[in-house]
Write a protein that binds this ligand. Structure first.
Ligand SMILES: [Zn+2]
Length: 561
């Protein structure tokens, strides 16, 4: 997918290989670089310069037989053309997304990647979704804008909209935060025209073999001739990987992103407050094609913000992946994600497994990456694991006091232990809290008389950098002594080694070892305390008692004092 830079998006409209642009933007560097990347996706393009009024009044071209004037037939012709182009490109899915305050975007999934095909107005997008659902699906229920609905279109239905090669289309539609979406899964009449794989996975296969060899290229060229006889098309430079043809550009993009995503991931997670080691574990998980990452902590521990950061990082690195969230309700917009609100959860009974139901809708909507607001019951836990087992990435939160308590809760939800303790499925567990950050302007130096005597005694061993809150504060902190909050976290990488330990010696033993040797939440808090960022009294009230054993291990391993 090519993203239109936000700064110029109001001055551009796209229709297949035609780009309409405002005169003011025609030589804007952002536009030029967008044009170049778009050209690589659709081949040759045609640029027309328009005035603002002309741009507003552009009706997307719907072909020659669209001139009978009625809105309905215009809309039908638009989606007939979309279907036809998608089938010609062997797209596996079409995603239509519209936002109330913006455009409607039409994406094709080709070779596993989402590509922007066309932009329409919000009203056009809405009319298309309504018309597709109402006029041509087999659904017998009428179109209900703010409900999730599914349907089918069959070639034998005589609706005359399906391209010849397509035998049926499966549809899922519904509301998202600030708009609506519809996903259409194409089922082709011929098996070999299906095209639904994951480009990033293909990139990884190549990474393993280190290079695209001459041999693979030669094989591709040899088979090109065979393909021609079957009426299939292979461009020069396409590469054969696991019996599939992939363009060299897709592979190069995938390789480049893998290189660039490490730096961006580290930056994103470190800026939020995780240590380098923790940020590395989270980035690694975010770059996997599948697996689950769970955040735990009480309300107000920054879990949702962490999820938002993770998803936005992924959207930046992998804009060709479909990201869905299921939230109750969506807390704030997440760039690049389709945010499905949980519907009809007005009674406790219905509330019970509402996330599981939202997850089912998302699973029918051609997702790559999923986020569920919270795993709070067995139905959701099982649905979440099903999503991972079938090759998706899952990010969620769960109520638990620490990372090992997450495993305990999942066991109690009745998950198969073989699934739970599989490093390819459950990747990373995070426990976290937010601590008040001391005001740099007024924090006080360590002073035994300001602390309880036992705490003062423990901390007196190494206190040179410890700072305490100034209760009366200053002008800079609104007389609170506090400036914002910082994350303290423990991040458990579910490695093969750890899983073996849990299986051999049990959860309690693994937890004891982690508490002694691992970088726990309290150690992260102590690290911040020694940096003068947080008050020891806040650590005690939010995380728990500071004991001598924490400090002894801590100094040896992390402070080098
Ligand atoms: Zn202050």
């Amino acid at each position: 997918m090519i993203n239109i830079p936000e700064e110029i998006s109001a001055g551009i409209r796209i229709d297949g290989n035609k780009i309409y642009v405002l005169n003011a933007y025609r030589s804007n560097p952002l536009f030029l670089s967008f044009k170049k990347s778009y050209e690589q996706v659709v081949g040759s393009i045609e640029v027309s310069v328009k005035t603002a009024e002309e741009l507003q009044s552009i009706k997307i071209d719907v072909g020659s037989n669209s001139q009978d004037g009625t809105i309905d037939s215009r809309i039908i012709n638009i989606y007939k053309k979309i279907f036809g182009t998608a089938a010609a490109r062997y797209a596996s899915d079409i995603h239509i997304v519209t936002y109330k305050d913006g455009y409607s975007n039409v994406f094709f999934r080709v070779n596993g990647r989402l590509e922007l095909y066309q932009q329409l107005s919000h009203e056009e997008g809405k009319s298309i979704m309504r018309s597709i659902y109402q006029n041509i699906t087999t659904a017998d229920v009428s179109y209900l804008e703010s409900e999730y609905q599914a349907g089918q279109i069959h070639s034998f239905d005589d609706s005359n909209v399906l391209p010849e090669s397509v035998s049926s289309i499966r549809i899922q539609r519904g509301p998202i935060l600030n708009g609506y979406f519809m996903v259409l899964r194409f089922l082709y009449a011929y098996e070999n025209q299906k095209s639904h794989s994951h480009a990033i996975k293909i990139g990884e296969i190549l990474l393993e073999s280190k290079a695209i060899t001459d041999e693979t290229l030669n094989t591709a060229l040899r088979i090109q001739d065979e393909l021609k006889n079957k009426g299939q098309y292979l461009k020069l430079g396409d590469v054969l990987v696991n019996n599939r043809f992939v363009s060299r550009k897709i592979i190069e993009d995938a390789l480049f992103k893998q290189k660039g995503s490490l730096e961006l991931g580290l930056k994103t997670f470190r800026e939020y407050g995780y240590t380098r080691e923790q940020a590395l574990i989270l980035t690694k998980a975010a770059r996997q094609p599948q697996g689950m990452v769970l955040f735990s902590g009480p309300t107000g521990s920054g879990k949702t913000t962490a999820l938002k950061k993770a998803l936005e990082f992924q959207w930046m690195m992998y804009p060709d992946k479909a990201i869905y969230t299921i939230e109750d309700p969506p807390e704030y917009p997440i760039i690049g994600a389709k945010q499905l609100p949980v519907l009809n959860a007005d009674t406790d009974e219905k509330r019970e497994s509402k996330f599981a139901e939202g997850l089912r809708v998302a699973m029918r909507s051609d997702p790559d990456i999923l986020m569920v607001g919270e795993i709070r019951d067995s139905a959701t836990a099982n649905a979440a694991f099903d999503a991972v087992i079938t090759g998706h990435q899952m990010w969620s939160t769960i109520h638990a006091i620490d990372v090992f308590a997450i495993l305990l809760r999942l066991e109690r939800f009745g998950l198969d232990k073989n699934d739970l303790y599989d490093e390819k499925l459950l990747n990373v567990l995070v426990g976290q809290r937010l601590l008040p950050r001391l005001c740099d302007n007024c924090k006080k130096d360590f002073n035994e008389s300001l602390l309880d005597s036992d705490l003062a005694e423990i901390l007196s061993v190494a206190h040179s950098n410890i700072k305490l809150r100034n209760e009366s504060g200053c002008n800079k902190c609104g007389h609170t002594g506090i400036q914002g909050r910082v994350v303290v976290a423990e991040v458990l990488d579910m490695t093969e080694e750890l899983i073996k330990e849990i299986k051999d010696y049990g959860l309690a033993a693994a937890r004891r070892r982690f508490e002694a040797e691992g970088f726990t939440m309290i150690k992260h808090a102590l690290k911040r305390m020694y940096a003068g960022e947080v008050d020891p009294k806040d650590i005690i009230s939010i995380i728990g008692n500071i004991e001598e054993k924490h400090l002894i291990n801590f100094e040896v391993e992390y402070c080098g004092l």
